[in-house]
Design a protein around this ligand. Structure first.
Ligand code: A5A
Ligand code: ZN
Length: 483
């Protein structure tokens, strides 16, 4: 499939990204005196709402129940689980005062909600009969990030944190739940046409308090990966810390098992970064707040201005009746060219131009946002054409994005080859691995990249050797420069 120019320089990805957010009026970032926080603007808010609707539907359909826990977590509660707090302590915002009074108990702005949810679960559930329990909330969370903050990608206030927390009788039920979560996220990213690589994070990089973490990473145009979602098998560590047991089928008591999984504003960042081009956003039709914009081109022959406008209105009505989200842009103080620029930057999938010729010939000119292709179609076939073209746009976005990612995943034998590729911003490398932490750490060091983990589902390889110690490789380890 053809795509319009993507001339944006790789080195200026972040400038391009910020300018698209601004131009499309998605998110106002970088002008607030508190770092890592921004404003969702009306248009961005609509896209955000669409994305939330999708994930909410997916979670509801799989019997997750939406809830809302308090934002503030007392000091002692956040610190209950030792590994968890060690992982998060340098990222927590603390509230120490109420008015003029110093609080006797510091309160944390939630950096995530395992502790507060386990606390309540221990009050609510006593028996295996009440399990499994799958809860989720869509809330703001706060992390005092020390790495460079960046609009939507690394925030200190994450405003669209969709965190699920589940509770189970045994290890295997929790493991099955983690697999269900992975399927849900796959479907979610598929609807957004976002490609992903699923890896089991190495032990040294799992979520603080988890048994293991499965992560979704995607590749941004500048060759760096971004973690866009994570699924954790939490084991029993939080229930143990909260002294929380349930009665099992055989009458005995044991700590229940948990999973948690979450996605954030990064999803929208990825959508923009991966599909966008020099003209701005390119939105998949299923997410676009507006799918079609109709622009009447006022003819120089003023006599038929009314007719052209009427013709455009009839077309808008018909699209509307067919369930297509459409808008007539009949602003008088803008030229058609200015309108094209405006809607292109907002990523509206299709534009229909209606001028004198279209009116006289009973046609419409449709322009695809993804390829910028222009075509004249007959009036009678227009609705069908719009529907088919939207499907083609979705497919094209999906195919192009996956292709772009896949061709930048390289399996190599040595750190030297890996480093060369990474220096050329060539994405992700996979290197045979013996399974020992020290070898992976040495490779990370020598290629100046971080480990993403091993393929999930797990992949055995035949014949490879660990380039550090020379032992037989049991799998491959993935590395990339990361956000
Ligand atoms: N309670 C679990 C689910 C949890 O908090 N997991 S997590 O720490 O891995 O975060 C879930 C997801 O939120 C991450 O995979 C990442 O995509 C996103 N995320 C984390 N910190 C972020 C930040 N500062 N800005 C934007 N997104 C962030
Ligand atoms: Zn080794």
């Amino acid at each position: 499939m053809i795509r319009p120019k993507k001339s944006r320089l790789i080195s200026s990805f972040s400038e391009w990204f910020d300018s698209v957010l601004r131009k499309a009026e998605v998110y106002d970032y970088g002008r607030y005196p508190v770092k890592g926080m921004g404003v969702w603007l009306p248009y961005g808010f609509q896209i955000r709402k669409k994305i939330i609707e999708k994930i909410r539907d997916l979670l509801d359909e799989t019997s997750h129940e939406e809830v809302l826990f308090p934002l503030l977590i007392p000091d002692w509660m956040l610190k209950k689980e030792g590994e968890h707090i060690r992982g998060f302590e340098d990222e927590v915002y603390w509230i120490t005062h109420g008015g003029l009074e110093e609080l006797d108990q510091k309160l944390a702005l939630r950096p995530t909600s395992e502790t507060i949810i386990t606390y309540y679960e221990s009050l609510w559930y006593q028996s295996y009969r009440q399990l499994p329990k799958k809860l989720y909330q869509i809330v703001s969370m706060f992390r005092y990030e020390t790495k460079a903050t960046r609009a939507l990608i690394r925030l200190r206030e994450v405003t669209t944190f969709k965190e699920a927390h589940t509770l189970h009788e045994n290890y295997y039920d929790a493991e099955r739940q983690a697999r269900e979560a992975i399927e849900i996220y796959k479907e979610f990213f598929d609807t957004l046409k976002i490609p992903y690589l699923i890896s089991k994070r190495p032990d040294w990089d799992k979520f603080a308090g988890a048994l293991y973490t499965i992560a979704f990473d995607t590749l941004l145009p500048d060759g760096k990966t971004l973690q866009i979602g994570t699924v954790h098998h939490l084991g029993q560590s939080f229930p143990k810390a909260f002294n929380f047991k349930i009665q099992l089928k055989d009458g005995s008591y044991d700590h229940p098992w948990q999973t948690s999984y979450g996605i954030s504003d990064r999803v929208l960042a990825t959508l923009i970064a991966i599909h966008g081009d020099d003209n701005g956003l390119v939105l998949p039709p299923s997410i676009a707040p507006l799918q079609v914009v109709v622009v009447p081109i006022i003819p120089s022959n003023k006599g038929i201005k009314g007719d052209v406008n009427k013709y455009a209105i009839v077309i808008v009505d018909e699209l509307n009746k067919n369930g297509i989200k459409v808008k007539l842009d009949d602003r008088e103080d803008m030229t058609p060219g200015e309108k094209y620029y405006y809607w292109d930057s907002k990523g509206v999938p299709l534009r229909i131009e209606i001028g004198e010729r279209e009116f006289r010939e009973n046609t419409a000119t449709i322009v695809r946002r993804d390829t910028l292709e222009k075509r004249v179609v007959n009036r009678e076939g227009l609705i069908e054409e719009v529907k088919v073209t939207m499907k083609m746009i979705s497919q094209n976005l999906y195919d192009t994005a996956w292709e772009n990612m896949k061709k930048r995943i390289h399996r190599v034998d040595t750190p030297e080859e890996a480093k060369q590729l990474l220096n050329k911003k060539e994405g992700i490398v996979e290197i045979p691995w013996c399974g020992r932490e020290e070898c992976a750490l040495k490779i990370m060091d020598s290629i100046d990249a971080k480990s993403l983990g091993t393929p999930w589902p797990s992949e055995k390889i035949n014949g490879g050797k660990c380039p550090i110690c020379g032992r037989h490789a049991v799998t491959v380890m993935r590395y990339a420069r990361q956000y």
